[in-house]
Unconditional design. Structure first.
Lengths: 267, 358, 311
């Protein structure tokens, strides 16, 4: 067990707790009685075959879907279901499987929009611009520029994101999520469609965010190499149910997981 | 060669965010201002001011209003005419009831009334999207005009059914009524356009503009990053209607002098929509270019053929206008969905390279 | 108090005290509704088959009968004129596909919609230049007589319109659901590129659909034109089709009929029984308000499909 993992398990402070969540759409049961928790500052991976309910799980966490049963406890507050706005104000940010960027805006504007919750100046001052609104705009611009530096996307600042390559779009989306200074970051297949170089870059970003900023991260990912390297703990979903929950070593040797998903013992 | 950014380095975020980052652009705008403020009113004759330039300025303002709502926030509206009417009728009622209030204040109050009405008809926008929302604005368009037609209170029970701008002053200068000179009315329209246009530009480059564009591009994602859809959409309706309301007030008080509800009917709504499509959705400059195009083309069509010896009957020229507009809209949407504003940008980009081909 | 009584009680009392008249109002409303449905049908066809909301349908409803009348004025006999006009509409569909639709494949709905607005004005202008802009009388030989039936005043023309609409709907329903082409049309409406990739000839489909829609517009235009003269205001009927479509759904053929009936009936009843309270002309906005109220409760319209957003 890594030193960090020992530290986390020792402290055992939970940031998010999912209890007995069930979710269905019409006749289709997407999630069945799933419970798990996420500890502060850890990287949790959610894996499983397609259709297992992974994205639905993230959608429940940030309030986009509302479960029929179960409770979510976030930062100690229990609620039956989350609302997107509430999730955002409470420090949950996420990226999406099919990049959900604002295609008409530039990279800079997209990431700036991630600061929306932190910007307060009202309409009147916005119209005049010079004065409080400009001051606020420039403050946040500085913050966003640090994110841009971190993600190495300075050269595409002003380009409308619709024109960017897929891999870069995913990076911009990560930037937008980071702009909100989240406590919990949900990443839905952040490496999808990337080549190995891009995956290495992205992995480095994820690790840096977790180590330097202390952000808790939950990610869905299909690349087992990435999952095993990055995560402190893994949750395995199959047909909407949780079939394993443990460290990478534990999970890779779990017979049920191998049957359902991994196929062979992963070395 | 002349138009390039070489040597102009932005050393602060403030200068990077400026509306006109390039020095050449700033000179150009300064020139435009000089022409607009110091030269036009002395060069142009009354006919040009009254028939072309003043309506162009006023429609530009309405177009900016609609562009904020439809181009920037992505909420299709076919009710522009009605919101302009609210501004016009509100101005009329307020100033006839309280003749001593400064007309500037009355205009602002009229704009706020239009904003209130716009917000009301924008309420369905949380549940309804796209074309369906356009129906809500159509309901506004037809209902409001019907109301202004039927309920005598709105036009002070004037037997002719129309409203007439009474003579009023602003800071001691006669602005409306038969004695107001075209030059004064030109300046009033111009100042409103410049001030409100700048305000609109500021809105668009700040937090509010971004949240509108976010809602337009993907409202679900916007909600998830914390932008509140209903508030943002209502704000768009409110501000857009404010602009249209002021434009409507100027329509009567600074241009036509008097009008009936027909002056604000569905065709006006379509006209303004065409202005922003041809000019460029989401662009302030585009709104102005589009307004110029649509106000000038009829004049061009009536005056040009006789100049080259081909007289066209008014009937025919109206239909020709329709054909040309229709064809141009289709053309623009195929070739350059971003409109005249984008064409202007392309020209500037080519200028930056000139005289080199690439 | 008096106002409340006048709005919430008196009209209903009126209705019940003279049921025969009420029936007349309802039936006439329904018949007007059929006419709206005919126009709405054209929209549904194009939307169902290409996902485009064809704003120019209104102009087509004007252009078609205008051409017909123009031909008849030149002395062409009715049947021949009808055939030629139908051919013209097919030619028009061909031109629209070639010069407009082809270049806008897979653009967003709003872009296509705005293109059809442009097309609308183009057709209006062209039609009026070609055939003149005076109001024209149209008579294709449908009997137009009033008669009484059980105390209710009716008109043979309106009945004929209802019958024609019924036949048209039946034919179209069969066409869409039972034929190979109908299936291809539905595929195209769903996704242009996907349809192309399975080999559906997109362009041919579009020409077919716009032709059919053009002919429907011709029928609708003939009905409206006979009733109120062939004139520019016909294009405004198209705007009325929007509430009809909202009630009936954008892709449902029977829905267009139901929607039209509801709007027609609702409008008439509102105008006759509540109109006098407000000085009349409620018809101008009633349909839109009704649609708005429906949308507030069911954002997808009465018959539309529930939109489930996926992220």
């Amino acid at each position: 067990m890594s030193a960090k993992a020992k530290k986390i398990n020792g402290r055992a402070e939970t940031i998010l707790s999912i209890e007995d969540i069930s979710l269905s759409f019409g006749g289709v049961q997407a999630i069945r009685n799933v419970s798990f928790n996420i500890k502060k500052r850890e990287i949790l991976a959610i894996i499983g075959p397609n259709g297992a309910g992974k994205t639905s799980m993230l959608n429940v966490i940030n309030g986009f879907y509302h479960p029929q049963k179960g409770t979510i406890t976030y930062k100690g507050e229990k609620c039956h279901d989350m609302r997107p706005h509430l999730a955002a104000t409470q420090g949950i940010a996420r990226t999406f499987q099919n990049v959900a960027l604002f295609k008409g805006m530039s990279t800079l504007d997209n990431i700036m929009s991630g600061r929306a919750l932190k910007m307060k100046q009202n309409v009147f001052w916005q119209m005049i611009y010079y004065g409080p609104a400009q001051k606020e705009e420039l403050e946040h611009r500085e913050f966003v520029e640090r994110i841009i530096d971190f993600l190495e996307i300075q050269h595409i600042r002003r380009i409308p994101v619709g024109k960017l390559a897929y891999g870069l779009q995913k990076r911009v989306e990560l930037g937008r999520a980071l702009a909100a200074e989240p406590d919990l970051l949900l990443l839905d297949e952040p490496m999808a469609g990337m080549n190995s170089e891009e995956k290495e870059d992205m992995s480095r970003f994820v690790l840096d965010v977790n180590e330097e900023l202390g952000t808790t991260i939950a990610l869905i990912e299909h690349d087992m190499g990435v999952v095993m390297d990055l995560s402190d703990r893994i949750i395995v979903l199959n047909y909407g149910q949780k079939i394993a929950d443990g460290t990478p070593d534990q999970v890779r040797n779990n017979a049920e997981v191998i049957d359902a998903y991994l196929g062979v013992k992963y070395d | 060669m002349l138009y390039r950014e070489t040597g102009q380095f932005k050393t602060s975020y403030a200068s990077d965010q400026a509306i006109f980052p390039l020095v050449q652009d700033r000179w150009f705008i300064a020139l435009v201002f000089v022409i607009a403020f110091a030269m036009v009113p002395f060069i142009a004759n009354e006919y040009w001011l009254q028939a072309i330039i003043i309506p162009f300025l006023i429609f530009s303002l309405a177009a900016i209003g609609l562009n904020l709502l439809t181009g920037c926030a992505g909420l299709l509206s076919l009710g522009t005419g009605a919101f302009m009417a609210v501004g016009a009728y509100a101005t009329y009622k307020i100033t006839t009831a309280f003749p001593d209030i400064n007309l500037l204040v009355v205009f602002i109050m009229a704009g706020l009334s239009a904003a209130a009405v716009g917000t009301l008809f924008g309420l369905p926008s949380l549940r309804i999207k796209g074309f369906y929302l356009a129906v809500a604005t159509l309901a506004a368009q037809f209902f409001i005009l019907w109301l202004f037609n039927k309920v005598g209170w709105f036009y002070n029970n004037n037997p002719s059914g129309s409203i007439t701008a009474p003579p009023r002053t602003m800071f001691g200068i006669m602005i409306s009524g038969p004695e107001a000179t075209p030059m004064v009315r030109y300046y009033v329209s111009l100042i409103f356009l410049v001030v409100m246009g700048l305000a609109a530009k500021n809105l668009m480059r700040g937090r509010i503009g971004r949240s509108w564009m976010a809602i337009r591009d993907m409202d679900i994602a916007a909600e998830i990053i914390g932008i509140e859809p209903l508030k943002t959409k209502l704000l768009a309706f409110a501000i857009s209607s404010f602009y249209c309301g002021v434009a409507g007030a100027l329509f009567i008080f600074a241009w036509l002098g008097s009008a009936e509800t027909e002056a604000f009917d569905i065709f006006v709504s379509f006209q303004v929509l065409f202005m922003i499509i041809i000019g460029g959705l989401g662009s302030i400059l585009g709104s102005i270019l589009g307004a110029a195009f649509i106000t000038l083309t009829p004049i061009f069509l009536t005056n040009f053929p006789p100049m080259i010896g081909l007289p066209i009957a008014t009937d025919l020229s109206k239909h020709l206008e329709e054909i040309i507009f229709g064809a141009l809209i289709v053309f623009f949407l195929i070739v350059e969905p971003l409109g005249l504003a984008r064409l202007w940008q392309i020209i500037k980009e080519k200028l930056r390279l000139w005289p080199y081909p690439y | 108090m008096e106002m409340l009584y006048a709005i919430f009680a008196a009209p209903f009392i009126d209705m019940f005290s003279d049921p025969v008249f009420f029936a007349e109002v309802v039936i006439n409303g329904l018949l007007t509704g059929i006419m709206y449905s005919l126009v709405a049908l054209g929209f549904v066809l194009i939307f169902k088959a290409s996902g485009v909301f064809n704003f120019a349908q209104g102009a087509m409803v004007l252009f078609a009968p205008l051409t017909l009348v123009g031909l008849m004025e030149q002395g062409v006999p009715v049947i021949l004129a009808l055939i030629i006009t139908a051919a013209v509409m097919v030619l028009l569909a061909f031109l629209i596909e070639k010069f407009m639709l082809r270049h806008l494949i897979n653009q967003e709905g709003i872009v296509l919609f705005m293109a059809t607005i442009g097309l609308n004005f183009l057709l209006e202008g062209a039609g009026q230049i070609a055939w003149g802009s005076n109001v024209k009388k149209l008579d294709v030989g449908i009997p137009d007589q009033s008669f009484e039936w059980g105390g209710i005043l009716l008109n043979t023309f309106d009945i004929a319109a209802a019958v024609i609409a019924a036949i048209l709907v039946a034919v179209l329903a069969v066409f869409f659901n039972k034929t190979r082409i109908g299936r291809a049309l539905r595929a195209v409406a769903d996704d242009h590129q996907a349809a192309l990739s399975v080999g559906i000839p997109l362009r041919t489909i579009w020409i077919i659909v716009w032709s059919v829609s053009g002919i429907v517009a011709l029928v609708a235009g003939i009905m409206w034109g006979t009733k109120s003269g062939v004139q520019f205001s016909l294009t405004l009927i198209a705007l009325k089709a929007l509430p009809v479509l909202i009630l009936g759904g954008f892709t449902s053929i029977p829905g267009a009929i139901v929607g039209g009936l509801i709007i027609g009936m609702g409008e008439k009843i509102a105008e006759i029984y509540w109109g006098p309270l407000f000085g009349g002309a409620i018809e101008n906005w009633f349909a839109y308000m009704l649609a708005l109220v429906v949308l507030l409760f069911r954002p997808q319209g009465l018959f539309g499909e529930r939109i489930i957003e996926r992220v």
